[in-house]
Design a protein. Sequence first.
Lengths: 62, 504
Amino acid sequence: MRNELKAGSSPRGEDDSVKSNEERVRRALESARQAVKPIVKQEMEGELVSNELLSVRLRSHR
Amino acid sequence: MLLSGLVYPTTDIRIYPFPGSLDPLFPKPQGLIENEWPPTQVRYLGIYLGQLGCKTILIEGHYMDRDYVDDVALFYSRSLRSYPNYCQRLHFFSEAFDQDAWHSLVINVASRGKAATFLQDSYLGFCVVKPLPGSPLGRTVLPTLGPVAQSGAQRSFGAVRPYQVHLAGFDLHVTGLVFQQQDQGVSACATTALWSAMHNVTKAEGLTVMTPAEITEAASRYALPTGRALPSEGLTIQQICEATRAAGLQPVLIPSVSLDHDRAQLLAYLSSGFAPVLALQPLSGTGVGHAVCAVGLKIDQVQPQTNPSLHFKDRATSVTGLYIHDDRLGPYAAAELVPWTADNGKVRTAVFIRWPDADIPVEQSYLQAIIVPVPSKLRMSLTRIRALAHGLVEAAAVLFPEFTDRIVFNCRYQLRNDYLPRAIEFGLSESGLYDLQCKTVLSRFVGLIEITNEEEPLFDILLDATETLANPSALGIVRRQGLPAKYLPDLKNIALQLAARMIV
């Protein structure tokens, strides 16, 4: 009986374990995303193009 | 006696031993020459050929060059002086042979195959010589230097391609990227840099390769901020973008932000086969800007992470320099990338360009911007790919503690048709390999995030490069040999979070 109960509770236990692993990975991804935010922000801001840059003339002769 | 206009030029092929320099082949033209003679580019080319081990020069007396013919049609045909519409072409070989030997190679039908092999094995490329007094060097394709620099650093040339050469009935090949000297009539530095930059990608995309004359015309069609189109007074960055679009490509314009950011962009685009145009400004901050075309990378060790709260390394930190086509100097000129503090205290990226045989830089400039001509369907910017990659690699460094502080990421683009054959060597299971090859939809170009430890690959993330945002566009995560089985459940959960197919 005890064994049956144990066997019967296993799928739910596995489900919980799967969910908790998913949650752990989700939290790790979110935490990493926050940690790298300053680098990402700096790189994204670098993509902004000014009119001044567009007007730079390249004409060096030699 | 009136001119009949029906006379064809004569031609012949002449063979000369390489004298260690090209100077004797370029006698000073008549009249006053504004710059030094022989031109810097001729002297540079001589030194470079010496480094390649050139022993013989073959001169074709008559050669019709598509790029030069276009220059003549657009500009030189309207000059008072009668410029010929044809050029000469120099071919370079690493084996010594003379005129008699060449004669035998051509006429000896029985050993034609051996002759072709002999010529191909020693072929070092060609240089078209234009009949323009101040700027004789036309379309030039030479091979790159070997994969290891004297310092031990790796050389990587991602933006080169094979060129077919027809010579006296022989089919020869050379792999490189086309270079030429600016003529200041039809093209200035920006035109020639863009012409080189587009040569590889237009061919790969099945587009017509634009000539310098076509580039100048396209650049000036809708935007001519100052001056005249011809003689060329250079191009603005906006005009470079305009000409790129006219070629059927899209310009990715990246302002220089910091050395780390610039290195990442250069590594990614060059290793993906796209040659960027670099907009340079003299270190003094004044004076005219200059454009060069980046062709290759100088790569050393990946640097440790400088932010103590992060646990990964960035492959881009291994880039220490570039190989560039500088039309004031020559092809594959070595250039160092260094941080340089500007007058305003801001740390910028400086580019120090060197002669092939000298330690002292010939030119020191700031990098202002990077302009990369790319196929239209390549929509996802590298910055967005890196944004996703930063988060993923940091998470992996935490989830896979064996690799904390040793995990490295790299971002680039790769053609699906180049990635899939490569995947055969990944050690995937039979079902994984079948999944990847037959059941996974991939865009023609995939955005590729490669996660490795310091020795071997751990996993790849494949992104749909036709999308704009990286985060919801992960198509698959591919396990590589270096990832221990114990970490597979967590990798599968990463794939789940990204809604990507897991391929094991």
